[in-house]
Ligand binder design. Sequence first.
Ligand SMILES: [Zn+2]
Length: 334
Amino acid sequence: MPTLELVKKSTGFLLKYGHVRLGLDTGIKNETTLLSHSHADHIGRLDIAHRVIATQGTFDTLEARNGRADCKRTVLHYGDSTGQLGVIITAFDAGHVLGSTMFHMEFDDDLSILYTGDFNVEDSLVHKAAQAVKADVLITEATYGSPEWIFPKREETYFQILKTAQDEIARGKIPVFQAYSLGKAQEAIALLEYRDIPVVSGNGTIDTVNDAYNKHGAGLNAVSIRSGEAIDNLDEGCAIVSSSPAHTFTNIRKILGSELAREVRNRAVTYSLSGWTLGGYRGKGFPLSAHTDFPHLIEFAKKVDPRIAYVFTGNAGVLASHLHEEGITAVPLE
Ligand SMILES: [Zn+2]
């Protein structure tokens, strides 16, 4: 049996097995890349890739954020397969952002590998939960792969966010929810609109990503800060969703004038939407995460039931040692 090699390259890895070479979330010269999603820390060197395999959602959100993949493209739907000599590649929903994908690879000698990218095993208002797929080798993220990271139930977090938004608006304030422009911002908008809270989108990137989500049926109605309607909403009571409040306030001053900008800034109360708020790393806010927490990373790995797990990102070493305790041989990649 050939040896499996995983070599760190740019924002991902070069996978080598027999004569098969694949880029996982990074472009590799003259090779094919499996692109799990379009967050900035997964799209390095796509300019040199020969071909990118991804979902239409990933290509759409990549373009919405001014990313490029000018090479050959293969669009996969969840459950569909493609391949090249020596390997069949199947896409599964990773539950992280629009289009996010786990790739299941089956090699000619029957070795199977599951690469998760970033993933989330909980349903959200806009994304469907990732489901484990059995594989001989698991290559998994470990962003929250340490035991202190246990997220509350999403429904509870949703409830707290909505209550805070309604309370702040009732006392004449403008709740500003700071969230990544791809994924979390759209979840926040869908949540606020679920309770009929008008939402102003605070950044142009959120607007273009919203368009990509709406193309895929999300039905988001957030008003752009660049539109006239935003003034009425800010006047009558609304929430702002922003990936950068400082940038949003600058936009408001440029577009709507310094008087209104001053008033909005005085009424604004900012809350961060991130798993990291649990540890106090992102200031005041709510632990709404697009990733899997520690107990569910372990549970997911057990369901995949691999002979070996390779673990990447922040808490890779910690997660690998805990997987060992669960009887899964695990190797941190970083
Ligand atoms: Zn991501």
